[in-house]
Design a protein around this ligand. Structure first.
Ligand SMILES: CCc1ccc([C@H](C)CC(=O)N[C@@H]2O[C@H](CO)[C@@H](O)[C@H](O)[C@H]2O)cc1
Length: 816
């Protein structure tokens, strides 16, 4: 019994009820009759967990018994979303659990609503990591996800007088049944201190780093279930604790604060997620967070996962560390430190190994989003790592000089160490020098990486650069979020295989010409709108008009994503009706649904949120619009709300300035849930349009080369204001304070920025955008034709499965 395989509870309603009641009684220590919703949720979660446990242990056992090359995904963010629904789906226990809870007189939906989602990410990058680990488990790829177990996730957003207010996210407060702490696998991580050279017994120079202080990294394991394949991979998130706990002497001396000071300082490292998703604040604690989880992860893999006698020469055969942007790139000098200082390799041997162990994915095009760390700060916090980075840079620049003799200007351009404005380490350059492969996240993005962001490196190492277009997991964002569409697709295709082979959706293509199927498709959309209406009513007291065109823009608030352009469209419709320019009956009944968090320090983003809410308040209440135009902005957009909004959408807003959105992944989720896209030729929009066809995509705006050309010739936003009466009337109405109780001031920030700066050319694309929206109105008037276009979007977007992305990483980068 002790050694045999772990058995799962019986996959029957009775078996499930038994397991649940014992979790409630022995786990929660309550009887059903006295139990709270939270007791029941925790017991249910643990029950489902126990159905996954056998597979988890079996997967670990199988991997240990015949070790093959693994993928270690290093990410500072994982936007996982709620776990219960996905666990029930992957174990095929949804209906058994529903019946079992029913037998216990419990509505399972109420328990599912009890779960607080782990918001351990900001947006695209964090959610992508979650989709990727889901696909790797479903494809049975040996993977370990490494990250940080933030005590507080992404802030909770609420609105006061339309303005964003941030509150901490104590997501662990009511217990976290999906994590397994392993303090016995804790790792000690050093900070500060100094290094000294000394000769070892063979007389070779050895460097010793003596950290000034240490913290403990405690791993918490999370299950990453594959889809009904008996595979469960592991996500290992690190939590920081004091190395020396509590100082009893100091406590007994009555200085209680100092007695626990070490604990507080240590815990701060994994206390909270940094809420920025574009401009790094450059805070020391952020670098501490990055080094902390990287040092824990490398130590854990080398000391706890590899067999004791493993020859590290062969490390590249056993592992590839995928760097999710530059945030974990300090892993490169950390591996060098471990190999040279602790394992006794000489520099060249160590570098030869290190150079084969890392791959780097870049997720941005914004220069300000590329991390640089001042050598002063990095040297103080990680003195040994700075020495190693200097050495890596010296060897690299020697290579550059050899390849481009006499071109010192190129050497200065490519140096990992930037001299201006202050001596600092360019983390993207360090990642590119060390990585076997560097990839962008959409075809256009990867091209712009080669041409604009890292051109010198692409010239030196053309073969190092590749592309892997992003993807999304169809399990959470179609099968789980859109059960009605899933049912229709499975019935139409006669199989559920599409859930793990999304290209099978192609089989729906002929049904686009089937009137009956189109009708069923519309009924699914209508039912999803009805569900969303109930959610928004209950959650935010917002009323969703279900017969409206649901026009959705949900993503982080950022100028380059151009929520301001969407707002100009709304106000132009409103101004048009008010001024009589636009007959009300020409306005297609439409609800514009926003969802967006702004980084707390991003002033203009917060002003834009406030203005959107002020415009909504006026437009929604103005009888002149006869309810034909509504603006809704539910607060606290997150994965859970996305799962409710996306299936109900008719129109997906992907309107960033061409050349700015690396890929986008919301665009893929909307297309696969039967929404049509209005968008620019930016990021993955280009590939969506190529696959669904120009007739099934509302393209508008400047292309990336046109943007570059306009920028070169000099862009004067106010000239568009002068030449375009609709734009002028629209901006003037906002600027007049009409939406802000007559106060011009609170609208000024957004209007002035558009008129005098407009770095992301919203005014330049305004007319084209309005024309595209007119095409949308026209198309939507023919509901049957619209459904046909929407069905073709679903049928032709199988490519955007994160399973396909993983196949590309395996073929092009990991070879695992
Ligand atoms: C250090 C501050 C910081 C934090 C996060 C980031 C992320 C890279 C920003 C991000 O989430 N980028 C998004 O990544 C998605 C997944 O690849 C893409 O689909 C989006 O286009 C990209 O904006 C940059 C800078």
């Amino acid at each position: 019994l002790a050694t045999g395989p772990v058995k799962s509870p019986p996959v029957t309603v009775d078996g499930f009820v038994q397991e649940f009641l014992s979790e409630l009684n022995y786990g929660q220590g309550v009887k059903l009759s006295q139990s709270t919703i939270n007791d029941q949720y925790l017991a249910l979660a643990r029950t489902v967990r126990s159905y996954l446990m056998a597979a988890w242990l079996e997967t670990g056992h199988r991997r240990r018994k015949n070790p093959t090359k693994m993928v270690a995904y290093l990410s500072a963010e994982y936007l996982l979303g709620r776990q219960l629904g996905n666990a029930l789906l992957s174990t095929n226990l949804i209906s058994i659990a529903e019946q079992a809870m029913h037998e216990c007189g419990i509505d399972i939906a109420e328990l599912r609503a009890q779960e607080i989602e782990p918001g351990l990410g900001n947006g695209g990058l964090g959610r992508l990591a979650a989709c990727f680990v889901d696909s790797l488990a479903t494809m049975d790829v040996p993977t370990i996800g490494y990250g940080i177990r933030y005590e507080y996730g992404i802030f909770r957003q609420s609105f006061e007088d339309g303005r964003q207010v941030e509150q901490p996210d104590p997501w662990l407060r009511l217990g976290s049944p999906w994590e397994f702490p392993h303090p016995e696998r804790a790792v000690t991580v050093g900070f500060g201190g100094q290094t000294e050279e000394s000769a070892d017994e063979e007389g070779r120079n050895r460097c010793r780093w003596t950290p000034e202080r240490q913290v403990r990294g405690v791993p918490y394991h999370y299950m990453v279930p594959g889809y009904r394949n008996g595979v469960v991979n592991t996500l290992r998130l690190w939590s920081a604790e004091a190395h020396e706990g509590f100082d009893l002497q100091v406590f007994n001396s009555g200085d209680y604060a100092r007695a626990t000071q070490a604990q507080t300082v240590a815990e701060n490292i994994s206390k909270v997620l940094y809420p920025d998703d574009s401009t790094p604040q450059g805070k020391e604690l952020r670098l501490q967070q990055q080094y902390f989880f990287v040092a824990c992860s490398l130590h854990d893999f080398i000391e706890n996962t590899l067999p004791g006698d493993f020859d590290l020469q062969n490390l590249p055969k056993r592992i590839i560390f995928q760097l999710n942007d530059t945030h974990p790139v300090i892993a490169v000098p950390e591996l060098m430190r471990l190999l040279v200082d602790e394992k006794g390799f000489d520099w060249d041997e160590a570098w030869a190994i290190t150079q084969q162990c890392f791959a780097y994915t870049c997720h941005t095009l914004l220069p300000e989003a590329l991390e640089v760390w001042p050598v002063e700060l990095l040297g103080r916090l990680l003195p040994r790592h700075l020495e190693i980075i200097y050495r890596i840079n010296d060897d690299f620049l020697a290579q550059v000089r050899e390849a481009f003799p006499g071109d010192e200007w190129r050497v200065r351009r490519m140096s990992i160490i930037a001299e201006h404005p202050q001596r600092s380490v360019r983390m993207a350059f360090l990642a590119t020098v060390a990585a076997v492969k560097v990839n962008g996240v959409a075809a256009l993005h990867s091209q712009l990486l080669r041409d604009n962001v890292l051109p010198d490196f692409a010239e030196l190492w053309p073969e190092k650069f590749t592309n892997v277009t992003n993807g999304i997991t169809p399990r959470r964002f179609v099968r789980l979020a859109n059960r009605r569409l899933s049912g229709l697709v499975t019935e139409a295709l006669g199989t559920e295989e599409w859930v793990t082979d999304l290209d099978l959706l192609r089989g729906l293509e002929p049904l686009a010409d089937d009137a009956a199927f189109r009708e069923q498709f519309r009924q699914v959309k209508a039912a999803n709108k009805n569900r969303l209406a109930l959610v928004l009513e209950g959650r935010d007291g917002l009323v969703l008009e279900q017969d409206h065109l649901i026009d959705v823009m949900v993503k982080r608030l950022h100028e380059y994503k151009r929520q301001s352009l969407k707002l100009l469209h709304v106000v132009s419709l409103y101004e048009g009706v008010r001024s009589g320019r636009l007959p009300i009956e020409r306005v297609t009944p439409r609800t514009v649904l926003f969802g967006a968090k702004a980084a707390p320090g991003y002033h203009l983003a917060k002003e834009t949120i406030a203005l959107i809410n002020h415009v909504a308040a006026v437009v929604n209440e103005d009888p002149i619009m006869q309810g034909r135009l509504k603006v809704l902005f539910p607060a606290n957009y997150n994965v859970n709300l996305a799962e409710k909004i996306i299936p109900a959408a008719d129109l997906s807003e992907q309107i960033s300035l061409a050349g700015k959105e690396a890929s986008g992944t919301g665009n893929m989720k909307f297309a696969l849930n039967g929404a049509l896209t209005i968008g620019t030729d930016d990021g993955a929009n280009v590939e969506i349009r190529q696959l669904v066809g120009d007739d099934n995509f509302f393209l508008f705006g400047l292309s990336e080369p046109e943007v570059e050309a306009l920028r070169k010739e000099g862009y004067v936003p106010s000239s568009y204001y002068e030449q375009d009466p609709v734009l002028r009337a629209t901006l003037d109405l906002i600027g007049s304070g009409h939406f802000t109780n007559g106060s011009r001031h609170s609208a000024a920030a957004v209007v002035d920025n558009l008129l005098h700066h407009d770095p992301f050319m919203a005014l330049a694309d305004f007319q084209a955008y309005l024309a595209a929206q007119d095409r949308v109105d026209e198309a939507y008037a023919d509901q049957d034709a619209w459904s046909r276009m929407a069905i073709l979007n679903v049928a032709r977007c199988g490519f955007f499965s994160s399973d396909r992305s993983m196949r590309d990483y395996l073929d092009k980068i990991w070879h695992a």
